[in-house]
Write a protein that binds this ligand. Structure first.
Ligand SMILES: Cc1cc2nc3c(=O)[nH]c(=O)nc-3n(C[C@H](O)[C@H](O)[C@H](O)COP(=O)(O)O)c2cc1C
Length: 316
């Protein structure tokens, strides 16, 4: 059986991200994968309008689709994307994070929440593999949220991220072609995707540098101080991406490491179970609001004040 691997680029045509993505995809193709590649610039993608009809539907076990289904190309792309065994995403870093085009495309995934679609039989079950490539003009310091934001957007479709690469200091178009080691690393991304696909789904694991990032669970390089979560759970330190909870410990050689607590993966966002707890939270906070006539009446009473409040705007 040949694996289906797709590349999604969000950067300039024939430039750094596309080049690295093509190198990774060619490694997959050489190993027999059926490869597709898109650049988001070639499609009409509208911003999520925040209507939440998809999540309201899901909380009632209904598939409402997306209110923008007929308004742009997202649905057509998703019909192909959800049939892939693996997807490699390549995005340029803008202001420390992935570009808005990439985020705009990925935020629309909520209406295609694959665990839900699988559960109701709208799509067949599939264990999806993912890999990430971020490219930027600077070092990690100026791409500090790039891979982290990219990974966060892959949860909705349950991609198991097996490797990620940040290509640094390539600001000019196609400048990455000056660096053989960066091209080789991109190829390794493709090879690792194939390695993961050729491993039984339950045994698939992270194939990048084992010490990459702070978080031993999702390999993000970003932590925050823990605050009380829904129903009071709190950790001293949390991974901003997967939500692993734990604390910092000093190693014998005097360096700091993030150690995950015994219950630290209770709400691991990389798993469907962990995300399920967030669904319960939404059911309580959003569902609880819709189901409570007194709360809705109070909001209806207070809203007119703000609806009537007007300030000078900008005429264009
Ligand atoms: C609006 C804008 C913001 C940018 N911000 C950053 C940044 O915060 N960090 C960084 O490393 N590079 C930044 N860059 C540089 C791009 O990431 C870089 O040009 C990259 O090579 C673009 O990828 P591409 O060649 O695949 O399009 C920025 C570029 C633009 C246009």
């Amino acid at each position: 059986m040949s694996w289906k691997v797709m590349g999604v680029a969000a950067g300039r045509k024939d430039s750094n991200g596309e080049i690295l993505l093509k190198e990774a995809l060619s490694a997959c193709q050489e190993q027999g994968a059926e490869v597709t590649m898109i650049n988001l610039w070639d499609y009409d993608i509208k911003d999520c309008n925040g209507c939440t009809s998809c999540t309201i539907g899901m909380s009632m076990g209904k598939h409402t689709g997306c209110s923008l289904d007929n308004a742009d190309d997202k649905k057509k792309i998703m019909e192909v994307m959800l049939e892939q065994d693996a997807v490699i995403f390549a995005a340029p870093t803008f202001d420390l994070m992935p570009s808005s085009l990439f985020l705009k495309f990925m935020h629309r995934n909520l209406a295609y929440e694959s665990a839900f679609l699988t559960k109701i039989g709208a799509i067949p079950p599939r264990d999806r593999v993912g890999a990430l490539i971020a490219v930027g003009g600077s070092t990690r310091s100026w791409q500090s949220m790039a891979l982290e934001c990219m990974q966060a957007t892959t949860f909705t479709n349950s991609f198991k991220i097996v490797d990620m690469y940040m290509a640094t200091q390539v600001p000019a178009p196609a400048q990455v072609l000056l660096y053989d080691e960066k091209i080789a690393r991109a190829r390794e991304i493709g090879e690792n995707v194939m390695k993961a696909l050729n491993t039984a789904p339950e045994q698939r694991k992270w194939l990048g540098d084992p010490d990459y990032g702070w978080c031993p669970n999702c390999h993000s390089n970003s932590l925050c101080l823990g605050e009380p979560q829904w129903r009071g759970l709190q950790y001293p330190i949390e991974c901003v991406v997967c939500g692993a909870g734990g604390d910092l410990e000093k190693t014998e050689d005097g360096r700091w490491r993030f150690v995950i607590a015994e219950n630290g993966l209770e709400r691991d966002r990389t798993t469907e179970e962990g995300r399920g707890i967030h669904c319960d939270e939404i059911a309580e906070t959003q569902g609880g609001f819709f189901m409570d006539p007194a709360k809705r009446a109070l909001v209806a009473e207070r809203l007119p004040k703000y609806k009537q409040m007007k300030f000078p705007t900008i005429e264009v």
